[in-house]
Design a protein around this ligand. Structure first.
Ligand SMILES: C[S@@+](CC[C@H](N)C(=O)[O-])C[C@H]1O[C@@H](n2cnc3c(N)ncnc32)[C@H](O)[C@@H]1O
Length: 243
């Protein structure tokens, strides 16, 4: 059986999705509060930047993958207007349920689809833009997921991958200290789950860095890929064009 990593642990590939599901089942109800606390609100700035770069126009068709509680989907829905479509998707029912409730509370009704990014249930070339924020890191076969994202985009369509990445060297030590001490502590106090937040810190270290992810996107069929470092590389936005 092929092996992969779940944080710093080596696991059978067949185990990873179940372990990831348990993480998000456990944190779904506290997910938004935890994001604000851990990032000191910065995740809102990173997502706002992503929506700006996306430059979505009225009438466009957008798919938000691993959309969780729906921050990006909600912002895109405003941009595409009533003639456009935004689909909120995620593999996890608890996250998707929290997202759908939150959107409904805000008066936003979007199609919501439970699906695995590695096997998307959409026809070829059905979207103008696909986004995935802080989701790719959790997927078992990242190349397969990126190839699926490429398949469902029309030629010339854009993929935006917002994800933790490799921080600039001078910040590495304080960032490690914060990640392995403060984040699991906040997780224990607020979400009653330190382990899931230790997994978060470990999974960030195991994720491909800026150049490796750019190469993976090119390999998946994105002819042009731009990389935008945010917060000194704590996070990077990869913007690819299917061409
Ligand atoms: C850290 S959350 C990100 C949620 C949201 N995009 C955001 O930025 O706040 C990661 C999400 O990825 C989802 N996910 C993990 N593996 C997935 C897969 N194979 N296909 C689709 N979604 C997946 C999880 O269920 C979870 O909701």
């Amino acid at each position: 059986m092929a092996q992969t990593h779940f944080g710093y642990e080596n696991v059978d590939e067949s185990e990873k999705a179940g372990r990831v599901r348990r993480v998000f089942d456990s944190v779904a109800s506290r997910y938004d509060l935890m994001n604000d606390l851990m990032s000191m609100g910065l995740h809102r700035v990173w997502k706002h930047y992503t929506v700006t770069v996306a430059n979505v126009r009225e009438g466009e068709r957008v798919l938000d993958i691993a959309g969780g509680t729906g921050d990006l989907a909600r912002a895109f829905a405003k941009k595409v207007g009533p003639r456009g479509t935004v689909v909120l998707s995620d593999i996890n029912q608890a996250m998707l349920g929290a997202g759908r409730d939150r959107l409904l509370d805000a008066g936003v009704v979007l199609p919501t689809v439970a699906c695995d990014a590695e096997k998307l249930p959409f026809a070829d070339a059905s979207f103008d833009l696909v986004s995935v924020a802080f989701g790719l890191r959790n997927m078992t076969h990242k190349e397969a997921a990126l190839a699926e994202m490429c398949r469902v985009l029309r030629p010339g369509g854009r993929l935006l991958v917002l994800e933790f990445s490799k921080v600039a060297a001078p910040l590495a030590k304080p960032y490690d200290w914060y990640s392995f001490n403060v984040i699991p502590l906040i997780g224990r106090l607020v979400a009653k789950d330190a382990d899931s937040y230790r997994y978060l810190a470990e999974s960030i270290r195991m994720h491909p860095d800026q150049n490796a992810l750019k190469a993976m996107m090119k390999g998946a069929g994105f002819g042009h890929v731009d990389v935008h470092n945010l917060a000194a590389g704590v996070v990077a936005l990869h913007a690819g064009i299917k061409c």
